[in-house]
Ligand binder design. Structure first.
Ligand code: SF4
Length: 220
């Protein structure tokens, strides 16, 4: 980036680093239907995620609701690659309006502040809220962070590895129950439950596979 840059060149680089976290100022965008649940992903408290403030991957201090990436990547799904343009430019969220790659001060001033949680946008009494509370009791994301630290210590703590496997299995079972038995639309699973826990472990080189209906772990 040139230090003389003073305006957006519409190169799309910022949008390829990930969609914005949503703030209370963005709630009208959701209410008006410009952005739907199926276009959101939740980052749960304690989940490892890239922080634009520190510039490092670290445990999220609190829950965030973000615009999802495209096809499993972080590139914002509203980025129109053929012209490197935002598909919702006139109604883009707060962070996108504040983002200036040549001067990040305005964005950093709001990062992590006044952000929305799922409970801020799901109506009270909606059965999704009970599913979310159940997941938090059964497989909280911050438990993964704690167990991962133990598993990766020297000597590795085998109990932590077993706990991680148990958390991942419970998380997958809950998602499957919600979609298959309770009729949760699969396209909003990432909003309701956040990223599957095994996706977090993939960042540490842990793979999973299904063998005869059972989940097996491939530890590095
Ligand atoms: S909403 Fe638009 S401006 Fe914001 S990250 Fe996505 S494509 Fe870029």
């Amino acid at each position: 980036m040139s230090t003389r840059q003073k305006s957006c060149r519409q190169c799309g680089t910022c949008c390829r680093k990930g969609g914005p976290s949503l703030h209370h100022q963005d709630i009208d965008l959701l209410r008006q239907g410009g952005i739907g649940y199926r276009q959101l992903v939740t980052i749960r408290a304690g989940e490892f995620v890239y922080s634009p403030v520190s510039g490092a991957v670290e445990a999220a201090a609190g829950e965030l609701v973000k615009i999802n990436g495209r096809a499993g990547e972080w590139t914002c799904l509203f980025l129109e690659e053929n012209r490197s343009a935002c598909g919702i430019y006139d109604r883009r969220p707060l962070e996108c309006r504040l983002l200036k790659c040549w001067d990040p001060e305005e964005l950093l001033a709001v990062a992590g502040r006044d952000t929305i949680r799922r409970a801020d946008i799901i109506p009270a009494g909606d059965p999704f809220l009970e599913l979310i509370a159940h997941q938090q009791r059964e497989c909280p994301a911050d438990a993964v962070a704690t167990a991962t630290a133990g598993w990766r210590s020297e000597p590795a703590n085998e109990k932590c590895r077993d706990l991680l496997a148990d958390l991942v299995r419970r998380d997958l079972a809950l998602r499957n129950h919600a979609v298959v038995d309770l009729g949760l639309p699969a396209e909003i699973e990432l909003f309701v439950f956040g990223r599957p826990l095994f996706k977090q472990l993939a960042g540490f080189g842990v793979g999973i596979r299904e063998v005869h209906g059972r989940i097996e772990f491939l530890w590095p």
